[in-house]
Design a binder for this molecule. Sequence first.
Ligand code: PLP
Ligand code: ZN
Length: 404
Amino acid sequence: MRFSYISHLHCPKCGEEYPADRIQQLCGCGSPLLVDYDLKELKKQWMPADLAGRSNDLWRYHELLPVTDEGNVVTLGEGMTPLLKLEQAGRDMDIPNLLMKDEGVIPTGSFKARGAAVGVSKAKELGVKELAMPTNGNAGAAWSLYAARAGIKASIVMPVEAPLITRGEVAVSGANLNLVNGLISDAGQIVGQAVKEHGLYDASTLKEPYRIEGKKTMGIEIAEQMHWKVPDVILYPAGGGVGLIGIHKALKELAELGWIKNKLPRLVAVQAAGCAPIVKAWEEGKAESEFWENSETAAFGINVPKALGDFLVLSAIAETNGCAVAVSDSELLEEQARVARLEGAFVCPEGAAAFAAARKLRQTGWIKDGEAVLVLNTGSGIKYPETVQTAAPVLEPGDSLLRP
Ligand SMILES: *Cc1c(COP(=O)(O)O)cnc(C)c1O
Ligand SMILES: [Zn+2]
């Protein structure tokens, strides 16, 4: 058996095909490229039972990942995050079958580790020596740390407003860190210029085809953890939308392999009201989004005013009868506190947005009685200490405990 069943790349916009054994960035038409696998052959060779006894990380699915030589795998042990039933929060939202996949407990503290592990491994396989990327923080942190492990140089540009800890993660990895007085779109422009001038590998969201493949493993894990019977609804906080595109791709590949027997979940893209280009496009029935001016939200990871893969997100929600929903910052911050109080889970503000959206969609009846609803918590709340206000009394030694 081969380590990977990758066959080639294709463009979802114009259909052009590209070989996968050399560096490819965007299609000539400007669209992101997607990875194809020899699923017909793989279907004959591979069964769920073959996963037994494999490493408890995302590389257990290596046949459906793009790295062809196991020696190129760069790993920090990412993947197989917990899938938890949330009884208290579920009761509070009238969703008795509420589940959370918790990406807070993964190297670098956010699900960006998945995209970085697979993206950096494939970059190493393709002979990349230096990469560059714009980021809202978590992706830059993950990519620079995995690049350090791979011996690849990284240049990272992030907004000065990005969560402080992600700055530290990039710096400690030894990567070249630049801050920009602006948004991720401004960082992207600077990286684009550097890529042109210095011939760097462009690791911007969807400008290389392999980050999606890492993120799609969330979909495979959900299916495996639920014994190949997938939930009715999956809610995902969408910035660039890579995770949602990836989960959709994974579920379709598994269905083609015959591993998933029930109906595919309705996929929900959740955005912050202060930056909701995909929700706006969805509500207007458009196939692509428009640049969102003056975007702002506490859920920094989803502050993406225009996503290159917006059309893929919109078609994934349409194909699965899903939807796109926006929630306000006050709604998502309240939900973050509620989930921590009811479940002991300190979720990131982006994950909290997805919980707030679940509550909303249950209230409107879009989520029906008894449906199994899975929320992706894309990172750890620990990375965003500024989202929690504390007002603790300060005692002197010998004072007695104050109780409310
Ligand atoms: C990047 C990020 C997101 C959004 O991911 P996309 O793939 O860009 O949609 C959501 N949550 C967190 C914590 C992130 O870092
Ligand atoms: Zn194309």
